[in-house]
Design a protein around this ligand. Structure first.
Ligand code: PNS
Length: 171
């Protein structure tokens, strides 16, 4: 196992769409590590369904949100296909940072962390406990509320709220 200090981490996810909970995790990852890349998965989410927003839309929403929320401009946002461990190797990231909300997240995250560590020994998985005010926020809850035409500005960055209103008005 490499003993070198980890300076570059990835915050991966489907981000369909990015929420204030995600922004909180990205912000905190950047406090812990000097270089952070937000990795946006091209494929379907953990429930095996397609995404509401295209990969390009999800990447663009995150970039706009990071700027709007005042995060450091050195945080990169990049799409990826295939395995997360391959993407980390490609960009030279030594760790993966994810947020943990309730116990319900734990089993799924542990399974992914174990698998990633098996596929790429030495790749570190780091978890930050979600801030209490975001413990109940998820992309699926955001989509469910927004699909009724309701405002979700307490759950998502303002650019995402606007995008959701247009998206579901059109749908
Ligand atoms: O936002 P999510 O659904 O929690 O993100 C899950 C994600 C995208 C991080 C995970 O599904 C992933 O890493 N997908 C890429 C494919 C992969 O590497 N699979 C093996 C680990 S589960």
């Amino acid at each position: 196992m490499s003993e070198s200090t980890i300076t570059h981490v990835v915050v991966p996810g489907t981000f369909d769409p990015v929420t204030l909970g995600h922004i909180d995790v990205i912000r905190r990852a950047r406090r812990l590590f000097p270089k952070v890349t937000v990795a946006v998965a091209a494929s379907a989410n953990k429930h095996g369904r397609g995404t509401a927003f295209t990969l390009e839309e999800r990447v663009e929403m995150i970039r706009d949100a990071l700027a709007g929320e005042g995060l450091p401009p050195d945080i990169e946002v990049a799409p990826f296909t295939g395995l997360l461990v391959s993407f980390c190797a490609e960009i030279g990231a030594g760790g993966v940072v994810k947020g943990l909300r309730a116990m319900t997240d734990f089993e799924y995250e542990l399974q992914q962390a174990d698998l990633n560590s098996h596929l790429s020994p030495g790749l570190e998985s780091v978890f930050v406990m979600s801030s209490p005010e975001f413990g109940y926020v998820s992309s699926s809850i955001v989509r469910e509320i927004a699909s009724t035409g309701s405002d979700v500005s307490i759950l998502v960055p303002s650019n995402v709220n606007e995008r959701l209103l247009t998206h579901y008005r059109r749908a």
